[in-house]
Design a protein around this ligand. Structure first.
Ligand code: G3H
Length: 249
């Protein structure tokens, strides 16, 4: 299904200090001078969200967290709740990124629980899925992402604003990307899995592509059927690069 308004979200990961707020300011300024034609979001480290919310106030750039805890509050040292992200000024949150699934052992069930928490706090979740290189080489990409969709999307998402991000693990930060045909094939399968899981509620949420998106390949990737936007890592850290991708959308 063709999405009318795409979402281009920048995931700063564990990059950025107060000095980086200038990049957010430059992005806001550029999108004030020339409207984007798509939704644009930045997801900085949690420590920057509140300051970035002040910088971005009154502009078109939305703000997201990179993770949240499944519980609303409690004895969870080092964690941030969904409500804390909302309180700091975020309206989105990335959940289930492969770096959290791999590095922190997050399961599909964890991602589903975090998604429930995000919805309860009024956040729009961006739920990440994607196969490893070994899984792709074994011909299991479709099976893996379909399974991840079934396990990571709680039924309560139906009727709510959310996005799915397909990020092949082997394409993240490597400069490698799937072929356009492979992206189209997986996105079609992801859509089918979303509809199988949520019924009509799975039909319209955008499916973002993520993994080595840059200004030079963004236009062709964003033109693929069922690509409803992009989740951008490295190329979102500099406003000029991120703007190149936004313009392509
Ligand atoms: O969340 C973003 C992705 O992991 C993509 O990162 P990348 O654009 O640096 O490959």
């Amino acid at each position: 299904m063709k999405q009318s308004v795409k979402l281009v979200a920048g995931n700063w990961k564990m990059n950025g200090l107060g000095a980086s707020l200038g990049e957010a300011e430059a992005l806001k300024q550029a999108l004030t001078e020339q409207a984007a034609g798509c939704r644009v979001a930045l997801c900085p480290p949690a420590t920057l969200i509140e300051r970035m919310a002040r910088v971005l106030a009154g502009g078109a750039v939305e703000l997201g967290g990179q993770d949240c805890h499944a519980e609303a509050s409690g004895a969870f040292t080092g964690s941030v709740s969904a409500e804390m992200l909302t309180d700091a000024g975020a309206n989105l949150v990335i959940l289930g990124h492969s770096e959290r699934r791999t590095g922190f052992g997050e399961t599909d069930a964890d991602v589903a629980a975090k998604t429930e928490a995000a919805l309860a706090a009024g956040l729009e979740p961006i739920i990440c899925i994607g196969e490893t290189l070994a899984e792709r080489e074994a011909g299991q990409a479709i099976e893996i992402v379909s399974h991840q969709i079934a396990g990571s999307l709680p039924l309560s998402l139906s009727g709510k604003a959310f996005a799915v991000a397909y990020e092949p693990v082997w394409a993240i930060g490597t400069g490698l990307t799937p072929t356009l045909e492979q992206i189209e094939e997986v996105h079609a399968a992801v859509r089918a899995a979303m509809v199988a899981r949520l019924g009509e509620g799975g039909r319209t949420a955008p499916i973002l592509y993520g993994g080595s998106v840059k200004p030079s390949n963004a236009a062709e990737i964003l033109a693929v059927a069922e690509v409803g936007g992009a989740l951008v890592g490295g190329a979102s850290l500099k406003a000029a690069d991120f703007l190149g991708i936004i313009r392509a959308a």
